[in-house]
Design a protein around this ligand. Structure first.
Ligand SMILES: *[C@@H]1O[C@H](CO)[C@@H](O)[C@H](O)[C@H]1NC(C)=O
Ligand SMILES: *[C@@H]1O[C@H](CO)[C@@H](O)[C@H](O)[C@H]1NC(C)=O
Length: 349
């Protein structure tokens, strides 16, 4: 090796070492719904589960873990991008051990929402209960690491919150209660208020680095298209408009919170534009089917209806944007995670 080449080699090595030393995020801590649940629903009594084949068929060891996809979910890819672990364990998994705190932890529950009434629909874990579990986790962490080290982990961890779709699609637009109490604008404000309280409570408990995710173009989920028969199975424009509007409200709230809460770094991540781009330009990303999911007929199936005995499931999920009628394939999850890491989360890398 020439002198110059040697110098570059050493410098590059040094840089890698510095980056490693400065690896700021010791763990990723997740709250939310099925977009990020890595298996908590396996341990509760609900019909909304996915710990059976063909879920997970492209996961490590083809294992169905309770993730609502054929493989990994966005938070797994984010954890990997932060050079932590390639998957984030579910807090309620009986094998979860606090001594593995550096693998991160997930409190999310499929089917839940900001609104308590939403988690009641499918008897899943309400958001306030996710917070209770997090407090319990903090106690265990303090027990394991001691106060000082535990506080350091809590303060330097990255918190990801992804929730809200079910409040509209499983609750407001389906059940009469909330839609008779609030018009859609008021309901959005109600949810944004809960989001703000949740972030404020996390901050009070020591969290400093947080990312709140907005809603996807939820009118384009296969299940919603399937019910949009009068418009030939197009995306439901009203639901997409609501998602966009709600995302704006969240962004406004986030700007305020960053001014109000000392030391907080709260960013917004937006799956809306990237997912709509995929749906409008599937060829660009190597997809062939955008409207119909891989599992079953692709129109209605999720949870138990998306099972191994359903004969219609596709063979190559990578050609599909959606895995079941409500959830993206692993490939879509990867594209979204990559986008979020390069935009919203770059500041924490
Ligand atoms: C957690 O792991 C530690 C060592 O890694 C072990 O000593 C302990 O028994 C485990 N706790 C549980 C509840 O499995
Ligand atoms: C949700 O329920 C919890 C527990 O009952 C309660 O403390 C909380 O105030 C409720 N949240 C809202 C927004 O009603």
């Amino acid at each position: 090796m020439g002198y110059e080449a040697m110098l570059w080699f050493l410098l590059a090595h040094l840089l890698v070492q510095i980056l490693k030393i400065n690896a700021k995020v010791p763990a990723i801590i997740v709250f939310g719904d099925s977009s990020v649940d890595s298996g908590n629903n396996n341990e509760i009594s609900t019909v909304l589960k996915s710990n059976f084949q063909p879920y997970g068929r492209d996961f490590i060891d083809s294992k169905p873990t309770g993730r609502f996809s054929n493989g990994r979910i966005p938070t797994d890819f984010i954890s990997e991008a932060f050079r932590i672990k390639p998957t984030i364990p579910a807090y309620l998994d009986p094998t979860y051990n606090i001594s593995d705190f550096s693998t991160g932890v997930c409190f999310a529950s499929a089917g839940t929402g900001y609104d308590n009434a939403t988690s009641d629909v499918l008897s899943v874990i309400p958001l306030w209960k996710e917070m209770e579990y997090y407090k319990e986790y903090q106690e265990k962490l303090r027990g394991f690491l001691g106060n000082e080290k535990a506080n350091k982990v809590i303060g330097e961890a990255l918190y990801l919150v992804s929730i809200g779709t079910n409040d509209f699609l499983e609750n407001y637009y389906v059940l009469p209660r909330r839609s008779s109490e609030y018009n859609i604008e008021e309901y959005q404000n109600f949810l944004a208020g809960i989001a703000k309280d949740f972030i404020t409570e996390l901050h009070r408990l020591g969290a400093r680095n947080l990312c709140l995710s907005g809603l996807p173009p939820m009118g384009c989920l296969p299940l919603e298209r399937a019910t949009n028969i009068f418009s030939g199975g197009d995306c439901v424009q009203e639901y997409n408009d609501v998602a966009k509007k709600f995302n704006e409200k969240l962004q406004g709230m986030i700007m305020k919170v960053n001014k109000e809460l000392a030391g907080i770094r709260l960013v917004f991540s937006n799956p809306y534009d990237i997912l709509l781009d995929i749906i409008q330009n599937p060829n660009k990303f190597g997809f062939e089917d955008i409207a119909k999911a891989c599992c079953g007929t692709g129109f209605f199936e999720m949870g138990y209806m998306c099972s191994k005995i359903n004969p219609f499931t596709c063979s190559d999920a990578n050609k599909y944007v959606f895995w079941d009628s409500f959830h993206p394939t692993e490939k879509t999850n990867w594209i979204i995670a990559d986008h979020v890491v390069r935009t919203s989360l770059a500041t924490f890398l």
